[in-house]
Design a protein around this ligand. Structure first.
Ligand code: NDP
Length: 400
């Protein structure tokens, strides 16, 4: 029998919801590129329920306990005295969501001799030391595509919020003002701007598609070029590297995974190559940007705005400078955990668990690390290495 250790974010401060604003979720047949939706034998929850918090348990308890397995669910994930570290040594499987990541560092992996499978309930497994996972024979799997469209919607929302100066204008309403000039002195139209994405994978391409009707000029860079018919359909300009892209774009949205090649990609040097007054949106991973360099670029006016939902570490310490820097539109890491997305990645998590427990292969598109190296989707989008350095700082959230 297996022990499954599942780290989820806390319930709402007012308690687990008794009701929801809507009664159902729209039905989908498949993902936009035809990929199959998650196909577990059963789901164990009602789509539309809050599944990503500790009381939601990703809908897994009845399924696992009915087969004699042990499920431990906790939000207490950081530091040596955390429930996560106490429960880890005899766990076979760890499940974690990027929104509230259980950092699976080499040290922690070394303390977990039974650990065989790390599931990311969502997308983006950079909270796992992928190099150590490979060396220790772990399988790392994530629910590819489950929340890609959710993130693309958030990115477009934040692009519009920055360019049109939405958040400060909304604040004037809350403050009982009617200060039109204060709102409009930083507000522009998106129309005719040059908008670029760094990486045109599932999310990046969805952002390009959603921006196209705004009559903007679209740009992208990626390690692999998109098919010609997509470039022509969206009238895309391809850039062989990120430097070339940022020099011409008014809006840049980041959509690559965090891995050694992309860590701190947006540093002082790259930010200095952007157009003065550009907007930078990052819903990929906080560490792709140099924390202090972003603050400097906003303070100097090199960037007109920065928004996103990803931070490092997570939860962000209360004194994290991105909470207070000028002209930002940050949210906590929420874009990929709408109730709609939760239903998909909870079902995908169960599909992965069913496969693993029944000794059936996990879908190739869900695999990040397997059999001692990057595999499946991971072999395509990641590079070998570790990006969890500095994750210890997450303990500061509770301490400050
Ligand atoms: P995909 O795997 O579909 O796309 C990733 C793309 O990044 C691929 O096209 C890949 O290129 C490209 N890429 C990798 N490295 C580089 C590089 N050095 N330079 C340029 N492009 C690069 O994943 P998704 O689009 O679904 O997700 C992307 C990332 O978004 C996730 O890894 C995660 O970090 C983040 N995310 C954030 C969420 C949130 O809630 N904020 C939720 C979901 C994801 P190629 O494969 O062509 O080599």
């Amino acid at each position: 029998m297996a022990k499954i250790l599942c780290v989820l974010y806390d319930d709402p401060v007012d308690g687990y919801p008794q009701s929801y604003p809507r009664d159902d979720l729209p039905q989908m047949e498949h993902y936009p590129d035809g990929q199959r939706l998650p196909t577990p034998k059963d789901i164990g929850f009602r789509p539309g329920e809050l599944l990503g918090s500790v009381s939601g348990e990703l809908g897994l308890r009845q399924f696992l306990e009915s087969q004699g397995h042990t499920l431990v669910v906790t939000s207490d994930k950081d530091g040596p005295d955390s429930t996560f570290e106490r429960e880890l040594p005899d766990s076979d499987v760890v499940i974690s969501q990027p929104f509230w990541p259980a950092y699976l560092t080499a040290d922690r992996i070394a303390k977990a001799p039974n650990l065989k499978l790390a599931i990311t309930a969502g997308i983006g497994s950079d909270h796992v030391d992928l190099e150590a996972a490979a060396e220790n024979g772990l399988t790392v799997a994530e629910v590819t595509y489950s929340n890609s469209i959710s993130v693309s919607e958030h990115a477009v929302m934040q692009i519009l919020a920055l360019v049109r100066n939405y958040l400060p204008s909304y604040q004037w309403v809350l403050d009982q003002g009617w200060h039109i000039a204060d709102c409009s002195q930083r507000a522009y139209d998106l129309e005719a701007m040059h908008c670029g994405v760094v990486a045109a994978g599932r999310i990046g391409l969805a952002v390009l598609r959603r921006l196209a009707p705004f009559d903007v000029h679209l740009h992208y860079t990626d390690r692999h070029r998109l098919p010609t018919e997509i470039e022509e359909e969206l009238n895309l300009t391809y850039h062989p590297d990120v430097e070339s892209l940022v020099q011409v774009c008014d809006v840049v949205s980041i959509h690559c995974p965090l891995h050694p090649e992309t860590e701190h990609m947006f540093n002082d040097t790259l930010l200095g190559k952007m157009k003065r007054g550009a907007y930078l949106i990052n819903t990929a991973r906080g560490k792709i940007c140099d924390r202090e360099a972003i603050v400097r670029a906003l303070e100097s006016g090199q960037l007109a705005g920065y928004a996103g939902d990803v931070w490092f570490p997570q939860p962000a310490p209360k004194d994290h400078p991105w909470r207070t820097m000028p002209h930002h539109g940050m949210t906590p890491h929420t874009s990929g955990t709408t109730l709609s997305a939760q239903a998909r990645y909870a079902a995908g998590t169960r599909e992965i668990l069913e496969c693993w427990l029944e000794d059936r292969p996990i879908r190739d598109e869900y695999l990040i690390v397997d059999q001692g190296g990057l595999a499946g989707a991971g072999a395509h989008a990641y590079s070998t290495g570790n990006t969890t350095g500095g994750a210890d700082e997450a303990t500061k959230f509770g301490a400050t």
